[in-house]
Ligand binder design. Structure first.
Ligand SMILES: NC(=O)c1ccc[n+]([C@@H]2O[C@H](COP(=O)([O-])OP(=O)(O)OC[C@H]3O[C@@H](n4cnc5c(N)ncnc54)[C@H](OP(=O)(O)O)[C@@H]3O)[C@@H](O)[C@H]2O)c1
Length: 271
């Protein structure tokens, strides 16, 4: 029998590459999107099924899990990939901007995780893979709210794994570094105050340095391959760092003092 995987946020980037990776490996893939009517890249795979799912809408989540139960019985792997990044000056971020960011990256991931547990526990287990970020363990300037969401995902997942081990449900955290996707374009929400220009120099320096980092960044396929590894390696490893220079930065953060790490970030952004 084929394995079944459900993935959120598959219209572009890491989600789309992950659908293709698992489809090529012969899995039944439940690809979910906010607007599936626009999708045409999965037509060549008869093992990919497309469903509408918005992680901020619980009803859309439960409907998909119900359909998967009817059609496939069990679900082996769920990938919580849907997410986006707010960046910019925190003082200009409204409650709405902050709440929307948490509603997708944290509460949306929690809603899907809850339905995944309800589906996996009675059927003897499974694997829930959270697309966190290197930004769930280390921080950079101007991403305070995004980092807060990914730090939340890390803490939530780490604690949850204790109670789910008894049901043979594994939890994995994928921690990508900078990856070339729509994250930095279409999906980006950049917030700048319109009542002061006091952040302008800081933002310009940050944007310069960030553009240089992106020149060397890898594509979403490397993350898709790491997700496949985490789903199939039969290990209890929780964290998987991927996407240069993410893994190296995570090691540095582990060994450097706060003082040295902050100095390194300030220097690399010319701040
Ligand atoms: N790119 C990076 O450097 C990087 C690094 C570390 C972690 N990540 C994480 O990787 C994940 C995927 O991002 P990406 O880089 O592949 O960016 P992306 O190309 O912008 O893809 C984001 C996906 O999330 C979907 N999405 C957003 N809000 C949603 C919602 N409410 N419900 C369902 N789907 C929703 C988007 O769908 P729509 O088309 O409907 O907007 C899109 O399919 C995110 O969790 C991100 O935080 C990215």
């Amino acid at each position: 029998m084929k394995n079944t995987i459900l993935i959120t946020g598959t219209s572009s980037g890491i989600g789309k590459s992950t659908v293709i990776e698992f489809a090529k490996k012969g899995w039944n893939v439940i690809a979910t999107q906010r607007n599936p009517e626009k999708e045409s890249d999965f037509k060549t795979f008869n093992n990919v099924k497309l469903f509408p799912l918005d992680v901020t809408n619980l009803d859309s989540i439960t409907k998909v899990f119900q359909k998967v139960k009817e059609e496939f019985g069990t679900i082996d792997v769920v990938v919580n990939n849907a997410g986006y990044g707010v960046d910019g000056a925190f003082e200009a971020m409204s409650d709405e901007v902050i709440e929307d960011q948490f509603n997708t990256n944290v509460f949306g991931l929690m809603r899907v995780t809850r339905e995944a547990i309800k589906a996996m526990r009675p059927s003897g287990g499974g694997t829930i893979i959270q697309i966190s970020s290197m930004g769930g363990k280390i921080t950079f300037p101007l991403y305070s709210i995004y980092h807060a969401t990914k730090f939340a995902v890390e803490g939530f997942t780490e604690s949850l794994h204790y109670e789910l081990a008894q049901f043979n449900i594994k939890l994995k955290l994928i921690e990508p570094g900078p990856i070339v996707t729509d994250f930095y374009g279409r999906s980006r929400q950049f917030i700048k105050p319109d009542y002061t220009n006091e952040y302008d120099t800081f933002i310009a320096k940050f944007n310069d340095a960030a553009a240089k980092v992106m020149k060397d960044a890898e594509g979403p396929e490397v993350v898709a391959k790491m997700i496949y590894k985490s789903a199939t390696d039969n290990s209890n490893q929780m964290r998987y760092a991927v996407g240069k220079p993410g893994p190296m930065l995570l090691v540095l953060r582990k060994w450097l003092s706060d003082k040295l790490y902050f100095l390194m970030v300030r220097k690399s952004y010319n701040l």
